[in-house]
Design a binder for this molecule. Structure first.
Ligand SMILES: Cc1ncc(COP(=O)(O)O)c(C=O)c1O
Length: 448
């Protein structure tokens, strides 16, 4: 380890890796080629061999204010000295109310209530349950269908997985996916929109597929449409101009709730707190997670309009209105981190910073056009994807090699299929953006 590396795990101190079953990871391959992170600060990780690695993915799209922001660290430490946990049902603690109020005040006007979960997956399943129960509460319980979108990712709960559109995540569980789910087509089409900067101009017509599904199933059976305004895990697929507007129009006309899954797009990733302030389309429910605590403590949730909340607040007051919740809904540590993160985003004007950096970031990533194997580059806010041509018979190996090269050369990116994704912390500098792109370029050139 170098002198600058904090005391932690070094290669020689590495624990046995066998017992841990790693999430969404090729376990056997990883354990032969481990990459262990032992510390982080700002936009850098420290690896177990003491190297500084520039984090071009904000953890996993979550550390939007950078790692270990001192104000968030301080708030979490102070919370630990006061209240570790308070029962979440039938009693609660003040910070959960404070965070809900702060979040609703900062969110687009329509959103007046926040329900807390621990993760994005739980947020998605919660939003789907709110949608179904909302219609029932209004005496419209025949609305049971849920509509998602191909390539959509809404976490790994049975609701989110069913509405999601990632084949690999669904196929092993096909027999257990929830019934009554249909999917819109995804909007990515290389022939029509390769190298789009920001929102592609082609593709709004794909929203008409919702009209087809409404005609097929009848609106009276459809409870909600759930989509990511910009698809993140599917490979940074930016909504075509006019697409979200048309989806909103159809939902409104047919009494269908529109849920935006903003687990990635929230908290500055696309230059605003949430996507309505960027794309001008307001859903009925918003799911969030990740950036709300800048990744420091797990926290997710759902924002709801007054109309939805009020539909539940009927009947005798001594009755539970929504039979749903988690032991750790609104955990004190998470709420302390969330309040501090919101203050950091505001006091450091980080969303504006993301908007200011966006053209520089866009210019830098699109400079990779023309490198061998690159077939598309797309971006929005501080998120971008570089898509590579898959090797014949060996899909995803090219992107995996690029990922490894980048890591070895000091930059953490992400790959899914043959797409490299980047989404640096909003605190990244122009020089560091240049460094990320130069490292990806070198890695692509080194990859046959
Ligand atoms: C849009 C979206 N929804 C839901 C999730 C699931 O969140 P979590 O991994 O916190 O359960 C993710 C995770 O990447 C996501 O990107």
């Amino acid at each position: 380890m170098s002198d600058t590396a904090p005391i932690g795990t070094s290669k020689s101190e590495r624990p046995d890796l066998d017992a841990l079953w790693m999430p969404f990871t090729h376990n056997r391959y990883f354990k032969k080629n481990p990459r262990l992170i032992v510390a982080a600060e700002g936009v850098h990780y420290t690896s177990e061999d003491g190297r500084q690695i520039l984090d071009a993915l904000s953890g996993l799209w979550c550390c939007n204010a950078g790692h270990r922001h001192p104000k968030i660290v301080e708030a979490v430490k102070a919370q630990l000295d006061t209240l570790d946990y308070a029962v979440a049902f039938q009693a609660h603690h003040p910070k959960a109310f404070e965070l809900a109020e702060k979040l609703c005040n900062a969110a687009p006007d329509a959103f007046k209530h926040a329900f807390f979960t621990n993760s994005g997956s739980e947020a998605c399943d919660t939003a789907l349950k709110i949608a179904l129960a909302y219609h029932k509460a209004r005496g419209d319980g025949s609305r049971f269908r849920l509509i998602g979108r191909e390539k959509g990712y809404h976490g790994v709960g049975f609701g989110g997985m069913s509405v999601g559109g990632m084949v690999a995540n669904r196929k092993a569980f096909a027999s257990a996916l929830i019934p009554g789910v249909d999917h819109l087509p995804h909007t990515h089409n290389i022939e029509q929109m390769a190298y789009s900067r920001g929102q592609p101009t082609w593709g709004a017509h794909l929203a008409e597929d919702l009209a087809r599904l409404i005609a097929l199933h009848d609106a009276s059976t459809i409870a909600a449409v759930m989509i990511e305004p910009m698809q993140g895990s599917g490979g940074v697929i930016v909504p075509p101009v006019g697409y979200l507007e048309r989806i909103r129009e159809l939902c409104t006309a047919h009494g269908i709730l529109l849920i935006f899954d903003e687990v990635i797009t929230g908290f500055g990733r696309i230059g605003e707190l949430f996507s309505p302030d960027r794309f001008g389309v307001t859903p009925d429910l918003i799911t969030f997670a990740k950036g709300i605590t800048s990744g420091m403590v797990p926290l997710g949730g759902v924002l709801a309009t007054a109309e939805i909340y009020d539909a539940f607040m009927q009947g005798p007051e001594h009755m539970v209105e929504f039979f749903h919740g988690y032991t750790y809904s609104g955990h004190p540590l998470a709420c302390a981190a969330g309040i501090a993160a919101l203050e950091v985003y505001e006091s450091e004007d980080l969303f504006k910073r993301a908007r200011t950096l966006e053209p520089i970031f866009e210019q830098a990533v699109h400079a990779l056009r023309g490198e061998s194997h690159v077939v598309d580059i797309r971006n929005c806010g501080l998120a971008a994807a570089i898509e590579l041509m898959p090797r014949a018979g060996a899909p995803s190996t090219r992107a995996m090699e690029v990922f490894h090269q980048c890591y070895d050369n000091g930059v953490m990116v992400r790959y899914g299929g043959d797409t490299i994704a980047i989404g640096p912390p909003l605190t990244i500098s122009e020089d560091q953006i240049g460094m990320i792109v130069d490292t990806i370029r070198d890695a692509i050139r080194a990859t046959a």
